[in-house]
Design a protein around this ligand. Structure first.
Ligand code: ADP
Ligand code: MG
Length: 265
């Protein structure tokens, strides 16, 4: 193999390994600059935990990555594909963002299930109506996914009849239904009664163990330490410190991080 080709191939290999790359991301709401230049990379199979105080920009960051918010500037590359940043509403930009969104799946603090639909209907909605998967096939898959999160007998139940933990597990099944390349979790357990947290963490832990790529905003420090292979501490819209969990939790450098960790302990 000649050198140029070898280089091209190794570039390709490194691109394939990068599930998500965020470069110098900025986001303002009017005068308020919430993200002040955030950069991070998650390779395939990485579990990146994002920690930080309330208002530090964690949700805004995830929402920008998913284009639920339009970033003010910066670059976002998903699976090697650079996403056009200034969402100008042009059809090609809209199509790209819609396509990118189907590769990411977000799980919200408040579950966000469709309340007037059964769990099965919730799980098949996007595969059938957006991804155009044949309905019968989507239904088979939905049953498998509900089974997986321990809700095999609840397919026909409406969200209102379920506990918060069950609703969140259903939301995870729904997220999995698009076979996402990256899963985004925004404090998935913080709206739950304490006794229901464990069952949701168990599902997330299993997904991490099977090599799912995820960005996980969480205030469960013990859990972050256990499942993440990289931890990012956000402070007022900037990454104040990041590194492997043993370093970030066991040997924090920044005084702000030390203070944060002692406040949540
Ligand atoms: P975190 O998730 O870390 O608690 P957020 O990303 O939700 O923080 O919010 C960061 C800051 O951005 C907060 O000051 C919040 O009030 C502000 N913010 C978030 N979304 C909006 C919005 N849509 N319009 C105006 N301000 C917003
Ligand atoms: Mg938040």
């Amino acid at each position: 193999m000649d050198t140029a080709k070898a280089v091209a191939n190794s570039d390709e290999a490194s691109l394939n390994q990068e599930a998500i790359k965020v470069e110098d991301l900025h986001k303002s709401f009017g005068q308020l600059e919430v993200l002040k230049g955030v950069s991070l990379t998650a390779c395939k199979g990485d579990v990146v935990a994002i920690i930080g105080g309330s208002g530090s920009g964690k949700s805004t960051m995830l929402r920008c990555i998913n284009f639920l918010e339009t970033p003010s500037s910066g670059k976002i590359t998903i699976g090697g594909e650079l996403v056009e940043m200034h969402a100008d509403g042009s059809p090609s930009n809209r199509r790209q963002i819609e396509r990118i969104r189907t590769r990411l799946a977000m799980v919200f603090q408040q579950f966000n299930l469709w309340t007037h639909r059964s769990l099965l209907e919730n799980v098949i909605e996007v595969p059938v109506h957006v991804l155009k998967v044949p309905k019968s096939q989507a239904i088979v898959r939905a049953h498998e996914l509900l089974e997986r999160v321990g809700l095999g007998d609840k397919a026909d139940t409406y969200p209102a009849y379920l506990s918060g933990g069950q609703q969140q597990r259903a939301a995870i099944a729904r997220a999995l239904a698009v076979d996402p390349s990256v899963m985004l979790f925004d404090e998935p357990t913080s709206a739950l009664d304490p006794e229901l947290v464990g069952e949701v963490l168990t599902v997330i832990r299993d997904l991490a163990a099977e090599g799912r790529t995820m960005l996980l905003v969480t205030h469960e420090m013990k859990f972050a330490r256990e499942v993440a292979n990289h931890v990012v501490y956000l402070y007022e819209g900037r990454i104040e410190e990041q590194g492997p969990p043993a370093e970030v939790f066991g040997n924090p450098k920044s005084d702000r991080l030390k203070q944060f960790l002692s406040s949540v302990a």
